[in-house]
Design a protein around this ligand. Structure first.
Ligand code: PLP
Length: 459
């Protein structure tokens, strides 16, 4: 069936009949037609209608090495032939999982030397949150249970991940476990008012300290945050923010969990977002680009100070997955890290990000609807605004972004809209010529959107 030799299979009809999609309003999906992606190469996707679309999102922020990499296919094939599966329960291990754990210890910041594997970012987050609570239980402080996260934070879609994140729609639909709270995100454009970004960074960090005071440090287990908030609209904290968070967590004896699921493996122009922002995490969660999305895999990296307690004092930690440390996924991750390191993709993300932002500024700075162009490395956002002088949001948040997103797709570019921010996160392999295509299509889409909503924009 998958060969579909005559192109005669009605994938769209069958999808509508049998498939439930993630984060989708199915009624409105079924009013139109689902897009069928059939293959991909480099930074381009191909759909069943013959369109070639530049993937400005690297899938879901994950395809760092680009599509169609034979090295990753070969790594998977070889491991499939040798040992397609074995588990890591019951005193066993496999070479790919050991090699990957060691490799991650080498490339993560000093002190993070122990890896626990799972299959998705959400599972890594769940694991880290349970570990944080078990850590405090083990140290005789079972009352330290509360997890502090941030509004617009995204930590996955399991019940704990949704509760830790700051997406109110997810909280409303069963993602609101007890002992989770959120504070203001370091979103200068939205909340900074008259403060400078540097002042606002301190101000936003102090919200965490105030919350700890209010709850009592004896009740707080951990603070969890993405180095920069991806799914929340690529919210990039001012450089004053994370050093202050480090201080607050240390002084109050709160574990610091850096959710590196998007930032990890070069996205920011450093290997990890923690390297970029100077974060001192006790635990790091990672997934997505760890395999460039070719297979599902995630990990929690633990600092020695946490691992020592869990290893030497906790006894058994009653947690793990059938596919924890899946050998094929680990083999692909190793080959993917080879690509990232051999091709200098981390440095490349830094250099290409600078070039991309120069091009975006040149094309869009003058535009009355473009309030801010932000980014680090190869991740960022174009904030569409109703009034660029006062940084005013559009009346109904998200409608203009959605219009723009649809123009982007029609123009052969995948860019996601988060509220009215157009976000980008292309493969780290993108070339300068491809960046020109991305910028031209984005600018054209913004122009078409503007033509449609002009009367809502202050001049
Ligand atoms: C995507 C994401 C997750 C969840 O990962 P899944 O693999 O979708 O479960 C968690 N945290 C962050 C920061 C993410 O971007």
């Amino acid at each position: 069936m998958l060969d579909d030799i005559n192109g005669s299979i009605d994938w769209q009809g069958l999808d509508a009949a049998h498939h439930l999609h993630p984060f989708t309003d199915h009624k409105s999906l079924h009013e139109g037609k689902v897009r069928v992606i059939t293959d991909a190469e480099g930074v381009y996707l191909h759909d069943a209608e013959g369109n070639k679309i530049l993937d400005g999102m690297a899938g879901l922020w994950c395809v760092a090495a680009g599509y169609s990499r034979p090295e990753l296919v070969q790594a998977a094939t070889r491991q499939m032939q040798k040992l397609p599966y074995y588990n890591t329960f019951f005193k066993t291990t496999t070479p790919p999982v050991v090699a990957l754990a060691q490799r991650l210890a080498q490339i993560t910041p000093a002190g993070l030397n122990h890896a626990f594997f799972a299959c998705s970012g959400s599972e890594a987050v769940d694991t880290a949150l349970r570990m944080a609570r078990v850590y405090w239980q083990t140290l005789g402080k079972p009352s330290k249970k509360i997890i502090i996260g941030r509004e617009y934070g995204y930590h996955g879609s399991t019940t704990l991940g949704a509760s830790a994140g700051g997406m109110v729609d997810m909280h409303r639909q069963g993602g609101d476990m007890p002992n989770f709270v959120q504070v203001m995100p370091p979103y200068w454009y939205g909340y900074g008012g008259q403060m400078s970004p540097a002042e606002f960074g301190i101000y936003a960090a102090r919200q965490v300290e105030d919350k700890i005071r209010e709850l009592g440090a004896d009740h707080v287990a951990a603070f969890i945050g993405e180095p920069l908030q991806g799914a929340g609209g690529v919210i990039i904290p001012p450089e004053t923010y994370w050093p202050e968070i480090n201080r607050i967590c240390q002084e109050n004896n709160i574990l610091l969990i850096a959710d590196e699921v998007i930032c990890g493996f070069g996205r920011t122009g450093q290997m990890f977002g923690s390297d970029y922002f100077g974060i001192k995490p006790d635990m790091m969660t990672m997934a997505k680009a760890i395999t460039s999305g070719y297979l599902p895999l995630s990990a929690v990296m633990l600092h020695d100070r946490v691992a020592d307690v869990l290893i030497n004092e906790t006894g058994e930690f009653y947690h793990g997955f059938t596919y924890s440390g899946h050998p094929v996924a680990c083999a692909v991750a190793l080959a993917n890290l080879d690509i990232i390191q051999n091709e200098g993709l981390v440095q490349r993300a830094d250099a290409m990000g600078v070039i991309l932002r120069e091009k975006l500024h040149a094309a869009l700075d003058h535009h009355p609807m473009v309030g801010e162009i932000r980014g680090v490395g190869l991740i960022g956002a174009i904030e569409l605004t109703a009034d660029k002088r006062t940084r005013k949001f559009f009346e109904k948040r998200g409608r203009v972004g959605m219009i723009c997103r649809d123009y982007c797709v029609a123009n052969g570019l995948v860019m996601r809209a988060v509220r009215d921010s157009m976000v980008y996160s292309p493969p780290l392999t993108i070339t300068e010529a491809e960046l020109d295509v991305l910028v031209a299509r984005a600018a054209q889409s913004i122009e078409q959107t503007y033509a449609q909503v002009k009367n809502e924009v202050a001049l």
